[in-house]
Design a protein around this ligand. Structure first.
Ligand code: SF4
Length: 425
């Protein structure tokens, strides 16, 4: 089917009534290396070589677990003390490690050199290293990005990785829809089926599952962000002529419907056809969410800043499960990507951007919410104080997007409350 791209899209007006507290103090977040945990599963012929310290290696190994049956597709080239002291040529050492790795792993088609705090401290230029190594290993594309913990949050690692892929996308004039963000394959397939049923013939994904499937890009490309933390990637795509379709993010019935509708409107799909295609999924999602509404309705929730998913998740929990939002902390508030989300939040909800962890913990203790969403480091101390917690990182690792996962998403928040009730019986 041929499609007529709509010339203009409505953009949600920014909300003036939302009080936004800006904090610039100590933060408690993981670094961008964490993204490798889900990215290496998504791009099946890529390898992520962190150029870092033993601390970086430990973080990755403990976050990603041990692979028993397959060799992992990530590793750390450890910068030793003599490298830090400038006694060895770190570039020569890196070239040697890459040579050995690619000789041993011929299935690797895309190699990311991932920068870390130590590589940035010694000013190891991984961009230049990638350019140099690209010429010497035919058939393997070598790119670089930074996963360093300086001034980042853990989901920014995915943003940096995807942004690094954009310059490699070939020019493509055809009209197409691009789904941007690493989704579990099963979720991506569900969305692709829905777009096909809607009549959007050409749908691509960034990142691709295999390096050779990196899609093209051009002025005919319209893209939907599947995650709210992809600001640099969106900017890079726009520079290549692609057009962002602003929408709620696809969490819950409301978010998933709005996200799909943004594409349907753009590609000229009629309202009647749209409603017919999405109705069964919406109904299943509604029923699945309803099972958790009794447990979650009226309960209060406090989001510490962590994954950047906080605003869309709070919108889902408030609007579809009746939770009361005590505070939405987010490391960074992308006002234009989150405009529709902010517009859909309940009136007057407190938002904080950045973090001053001690002051924020004081607010948690004063409010004593029913549930606090936070990083692993804060969860145990809060549990000891009798507060129920949810690990924010679990929300990034779990399939939570779309109609079919809406019930599981609600259950992730209900589970700590069920556990608390069992313990207090
Ligand atoms: S990149 Fe920095 S913050 Fe992350 S594990 Fe390595 S040293 Fe720690």
């Amino acid at each position: 089917m041929t499609v007529a791209l709509a010339p203009e899209r409505p953009v949600a007006a920014p909300r003036a009534d939302l009080p936004i507290l800006r904090e610039r103090g100590q933060r408690e977040v993981f670094c961008g290396l964490t993204g490798i945990v889900w990215l290496h599963r998504k791009i099946q012929d890529a390898f992520f070589l962190v150029v870092g310290s033993r601390t970086c290696a430990h973080l990755l190994q403990s976050a990603a677990g041990v692979m028993v049956f397959a060799e992992p597709r990530f590793g750390t080239a450890i910068i030793e003390e003599r490298d830090l002291a400038g006694l060895a040529d770190a570039n020569e050492e890196l070239d040697k490690v890459v040579r050995q790795l690619l000789a041993r792993r011929p299935e690797i088609k895309l190699l990311f050199l991932v920068g870390s705090c130590p590589s940035e401290v010694i000013k190891l230029d991984l961009k230049r290293a990638a350019e140099r190594l690209n010429g010497t290993h035919g058939g393997v594309r070598i790119l670089n990005y930074s996963g360093s913990g300086i001034e980042t949050t853990f989901t920014q690692g995915e943003d940096a990785c995807l942004a690094a892929l954009v310059p490699d996308m070939r020019a493509e004039a055809a009209e197409q829809l691009l789904i941007v963000g690493a989704l579990p394959d099963i979720v991506e397939d569900q969305f692709r089926r829905l777009f096909a049923e809607l009549g959007i013939a050409r749908v691509e994904s960034l990142p691709p599952r295999r390096a050779k499937d990196l899609p093209g890009i051009g002025p005919g490309t319209r893209f939907l962000l599947a995650q709210p933390f992809l600001g640099d990637t969106a900017l890079a795509l726009e520079k290549r002529g692609a057009v962002h379709l602003p929408a709620l993010f696809p969490f819950g019935v409301e978010g998933t419907t709005a996200w799909l509708r943004a594409a349907a409107d753009e590609f000229g799909i009629s309202s009647a056809h749209f409603d017919a295609v999405v109705a069964p999924g919406r109904e299943r999602a509604r029923k699945a969410i309803a099972r958790h509404a009794e447990r979650l309705g009226g309960k209060s929730i406090f989001f510490m800043p962590d994954s950047q998913l906080e605003v869309p998740l709070a919108r889902f929990l408030a609007n579809e499960l009746g939770m009361t939002i005590t505070e939405i902390g987010t490391p960074y508030l992308h006002r234009s990507h989150l405009a529709a989300e902010l517009a859909a939040l309940p009136e007057g909800v407190q938002i904080s951007e950045g973090q001053d962890v001690d002051r924020q913990l004081d607010r948690v203790r004063a409010a004593r919410p029913d549930l606090t969403v936070c990083g692993l480091g804060l969860a145990n101390p809060l549990e000891r104080e009798g507060l129920s917690t949810k690990w924010a990182i679990e929300l990034v690792f779990s399939p939570v997007h779309g109609f079919e996962q809406a019930g599981d998403l609600a259950e992730l928040f209900a589970r700590p409350l069920v556990r608390r009730d069992r313990l207090t019986v």
